[in-house]
Design a protein around this ligand. Structure first.
Ligand SMILES: Nc1ncnc2c1ncn2[C@@H]1O[C@H](COP(=O)(O)OP(=O)(O)OP(=O)(O)O)[C@@H](O)[C@H]1O
Ligand SMILES: [Mg+2]
Length: 226
């Protein structure tokens, strides 16, 4: 393995100099060895698998510092009581966004199955990879949809009990891991006491409702989501 910065040169045209430095720092701290492949190129972030010294791979989520929907990010995070005084400087906002996702995962993992967060720095979050095999619910429909929906509802209730609303729950952000739902992407999750928590909560429920209408009798879905 190349110990020097050289091995990061291949990413020169992919990431900014700043992200490269942060990736390098995280790898020297041995949170991962090297990036393996892109898993998802999203609107705000790019998600990669990465090797570690152990057998397990991890997920490295790299938020864009440019070309992100900064105004939306700011609006959402500034409504969270934990971030009332968040900086409006683009970089600082993105850093706080990443920190918040880490914190949210720490809270959520106490009550439901989520990827264990490993560390974060600047615009980069490292977490456990939900593997073997886990796909987005949109691509991996559950074998027993009613049972799966019940588990999703239980998760939503458990999050609420510890004061958290996911805020971006959908068939994109729920993985089907051996027929168990695993919630991911907690960057929008906020405290139940946030002024926008109710609106986000109902949006989450409506997303789930719409998706399960395709798999189950509407009456069953509505009854479970009452
Ligand atoms: N911990 C994980 N284990 C396995 N796969 C993951 C993990 N985290 C992310 N993924 C994969 O990458 C995709 C994108 O991840 P995620 O939803 O966190 O990012 P995003 O939607 O781009 O984020 P954002 O909405 O914050 O821009 C997921 O739908 C999933 O397929
Ligand atoms: Mg997502």
């Amino acid at each position: 393995m190349l110990k020097s910065k050289d091995k990061w040169k291949v990413y020169k045209n992919v990431f900014s100099e700043f992200s490269m430095r942060t990736l390098f720092k995280l790898s020297t701290e041995e949170h991962f060895e090297e990036l393996l492949e892109p898993i998802f190129i999203g609107k705000e972030a790019n998600v990669f698998s990465a090797s570690t010294r152990e057998e397990d791979e991890v997920i490295v989520k790299i938020y864009r510092l440019e070309n992100c929907n900064f105004n939306k990010m700011y609006e959402y995070i500034a409504a969270d009581p934990r971030y009332l005084n968040v900086s409006k400087q683009r970089r600082q906002t993105v850093f706080s966004w990443v920190q918040r996702e880490y914190k949210n995962l720490m809270i959520a993992r106490e009550v439901i199955r989520v990827p264990t967060p490993i560390t974060f720095k600047n615009n980069i979050l490292v977490m456990e990879m939900i593997g073997g095999p886990a796909y987005m619910l949109k691509d991996a429909h559950p074998k027993a949809p009613e049972e799966f929906l019940k588990k999703i509802i239980e998760n939503v209730k458990k999050l609420k009990a510890v004061g958290l609303v996911h805020g971006d729950l959908s068939h994109f952000n729920i993985l089907n891991h051996n027929e168990e739902p695993v919630f991911i992407d907690f960057s929008q999750a906020t405290l139940t006491k946030s002024p926008n928590a109710k609106e986000l909560y109902y949006r989450d429920i409506e997303n789930i409702r719409k998706f399960f209408y395709k798999l189950l009798d509407k009456k069953i879905v509505d009854k479970l989501l009452e």
